[in-house]
Design a protein around this ligand. Structure first.
Ligand code: ADP
Length: 704
């Protein structure tokens, strides 16, 4: 996949580079072709100037001037046109005068002809290159000569005559009339050359350029004598209705054979032609003659084609393309190698890292295992030790109690009392230490179970009712309105925390009240948040001690505590349990007024039990003077009355009957294994919704 992406990227780069390079070459060719057109035009202009120079040079020769003037006068005297004998004599003299010079010029400058024209219009007086032909009127052919005779100004340009086409420079000839010594205008002198002069100069000055001049058939038909044209047509073939007037290279024949050549010939602009393995950069543009230049209405007389062999440049370009492709391949292979070895290197590093981390993991697992094993050993050791300690201690306590029932001396009674107290303290201490260690070593392992909140509360109050009574303290419990009574949680842990707090509250109170206050903070779906408060009116705790009392073995006043049988571990243990349950015990206290310990716990409401207490009030009160219990469910006093009535008959039930009852009421979570715990059965019924409870009781009454 990665290789594919690299390959495509590299090839794309190569392709884009080649396309851009090719475009650069094409743009350069276009520019070169344009330059070629300018070069041709410059050479043509130079040729015209040369013709003008030559003509001027001759026109300034006084002999030429006098002979031409005499010739003009003779023609006029001898009836115009070709003139007579005198005109012929002067014509011969002028020819003789120039013949030699013309030959030299012809050799040196590729020059072709001198032609003397008399005005007005253009009457041929002497053709130095074709002396036998004269006296013809060229008014509609030689527009250069006509223009000079009309304006007495020099003109130049391309023109096709009756016999031949060429580049011409025409100048006015003036002479001094010997009769009146006045300078008079005589006529026009034309110097002319073939188009070859331009083409050769073009190729000579820029050897890479070649050109050809094409003349249209129409143009030739208009100017050339019909018999001369007929010869032309038989001698040379017209290609694409044009005649090749001149060329600097025979290569034009190859161009003519090309299919696209007619298109090239007829449209202005550059094109690339491929002939075999040759590539020609060709430009074609229109040819205007002298008449066409002065009159824009006149059609083009032909076309100029200039070309350059660009095979070498294209071969170089192709070579560069191939080289680029090769570089691309080399780049691709190099990248592939880098990626391959790079990945291999990275993989080896990663493998090393992985191995090291695995080793670390194994080592840490080992350490964790060792730690777990040692923790397990520790807890096993502690529980075994605890068990080993508790067994003889329980025996001591049992024996002590037994002994205290026997008749003993007062001193012995006192000693035994101390033994009993100490062994009880020791028992408490050991069980607290064991619980703390157990909590430290593990999180809560037991499963959350369903329980009846008033039942737990009653268990706690039952446990401390005797002590409360001893301290003349009322022990009360308020379960607020709306608190669901059937919950799912950890009843034993809740029991432990409440016992610890209620135990301390009764321990440090004399008179007054100790209240367990349970209120609901939030009920959302089947999740309830309850606050448990244990409030006393005892000795209170000074502010400076409030934080430390949760530390192990911390006692505000050890002398008081000693009197109260404590070791300073109880609150620490309770806090630990709360932390395991996800909460924390808070305390507020005032010396001499009392203390308030509280914690907030979340439970799932046991929805399997039909125990929705919305709108009911549940109050459980345990008084110091006999642990009287009052349950109010709804507003019905009748229900509690019925329950009280049921108490005895239920108590008289045999285990089997009880189990039968349990089975019948199993969908109401009736305790399935109770045989004697009638109180629990009653509590259970009390937890039901009022209407449900009534149904159940009616059913029970029927049964009993
Ligand atoms: P102890 O076994 O000594 O009671 P605890 O950890 O239960 O140990 O309590 C630590 C100390 O906090 C107690 O010794 C006592 O000084 C103080 N204390 C705890 N509860 C109360 C309370 N309800 N009223 C006054 N002091 C209390």
């Amino acid at each position: 996949m990665l290789s594919g992406v690299v390959f495509v990227t590299v090839m794309l780069y190569v392709y884009v580079y080649s396309v851009l390079d090719n475009n650069r070459l094409l743009a350069k060719m276009q520019e070169d072709a344009q330059q070629a057109e300018y070069a041709f035009k410059a050479e043509q202009q130079a040729a015209e100037m040369r013709m003008l120079q030559i003509a001027t040079f001759v026109a300034n020769d006084p002999d030429v001037q006098q002979l031409f003037l005499q010739g003009k006068n003779a023609v006029a005297a001898e009836g115009g046109g070709a003139g007579g004998a005198r005109a012929a004599k002067i014509r011969a003299k002028l020819y003789e005068h120039l013949r030699h010079g013309q030959e030299i010029l012809a050799q040196k400058f590729n020059f072709r002809q001198f032609h003397f024209h008399l005005g007005s219009g253009a009457l041929s007086f002497l053709r130095v290159h074709q002396v036998e032909k004269f006296g013809d009127r060229l008014d509609n052919v030689r527009f250069t000569a006509v223009a000079t005779n009309a304006t007495q100004q020099a003109v130049a340009g391309f023109e096709t005559g009756q016999f031949i086409s060429g580049i011409r420079g025409v100048v006015p000839v003036f002479a001094v009339d010997s009769e009146n010594s006045k300078k008079v205008y005589v006529g026009a002198l034309e110097a002319g050359a073939a188009f070859d002069i331009t083409l050769q100069a073009l190729h000579k000055n820029r050897p890479w350029l070649n050109g050809a001049v094409f003349l249209t058939k129409k143009h030739l038909q208009r100017n050339i004598c019909p018999d001369v044209l007929a010869k032309m047509v038989t001698k040379e073939q017209f290609v694409h209705d044009m005649r090749i007037e001149g060329t600097s290279s025979p290569q034009i024949d190859d161009l003519l054979k090309q299919q696209q050549f007619p298109a090239i010939l007829s449209t202005n602009g550059q094109q690339l032609l491929t002939i075999g393995d040759k590539h020609l950069n060709v430009i074609s543009f229109a040819l205007r003659d002298f008449r066409g230049l002065t009159d824009p209405q006149q059609p083009d007389v032909g076309r100029i084609v200039v070309w350059q062999d660009v095979s070498a440049a294209i071969a170089t370009q192709k070579h560069a393309d191939n080289k680029m492709m090769l570089y691309g391949l080399v780049l691709f292979i190099s990248l592939e190698l880098i990626i391959f070895f790079g990945l291999r290197y990275l993989t080896s590093i990663l493998k090393l890292e992985l191995d090291q981390s695995l080793q670390r993991q194994v080592a840490s697992d080992k350490r964790a295992q060792v730690a777990a094993e040692s923790a397990h050993m520790k807890s096993t050791f502690l529980s075994m030790m605890g068990h080993e300690l508790l067994t003889p201690l329980n025996t001591i306590i049992g024996m002590g109690k037994l002994l205290s029932t026997s008749s003993l001396e007062t001193d012995q009674q006192r000693c035994l009392g101390k033994i009993n107290l100490s062994s009880q303290r020791l028992l408490n201490l050991i069980s607290e230490v064991l619980t703390i260690v157990k909590l430290e070593d593990s999180s809560i392992s037991e499963e959350a179970t369903s329980f009846h909140l008033p039942h737990i509360v009653k268990r706690v109050t039952d446990h401390f009712s005797a002590q409360a009574q001893t301290h003349a303290t009322a022990l009360k419990c308020k379960i607020a309105e709306q608190v669901p009574l059937y919950l799912i949680g950890y009843p034993d842990l809740l029991d432990r925390v409440l016992s610890q707090l209620v135990g301390n509250a009764t321990k440090f109170s004399r008179g007054g009240e100790v209240t367990i206050d349970i209120t609901m903070i939030k009920l959302k779906r089947a999740r309830v948040t309850l606050e448990f408060c244990v409030v006393d009116q005892g000795i209170g705790i000074a502010p400076g001690h409030l934080e430390q009392i949760f530390e192990p073995f911390y006692q505000v006043d050890s002398s008081i505590s000693r009197a109260h049988e404590g070791a300073g571990l109880g609150l620490h243990l309770a806090q630990k349990i709360c932390q395991q349950l996800g909460c924390q015990i808070n305390v507020a206290s005032t010396i001499g007024v009392g203390s308030r310990f509280s914690f907030v716990l979340q439970f799932d409401v046991d929805s399997a039990v039909a125990a929705d207490f919305v709108g009911t009030t549940n109050v459980l009160e345990v008084h110091a003077d006999g642990a009287e219990i009052k349950y109010k469910l709804g507003s019905s006093a009748e229900l509690s009355k019925i329950l009280n009535q049921l108490h005895d008959p239920l108590e008289n039930l045999q285990a089997k009957q009880c189990q039968h009852l349990a089975k019948q009421l199993s969908n109401k979570r009736w305790p399935s294994t109770y045989s004697e715990d009638v109180d629990t059965l009653i509590l259970q019924i009390e937890g039901y919704r009022f209407s449900e409870a009534q149904d159940v009781l009616a059913w029970l009454q029927k049964m009993l």
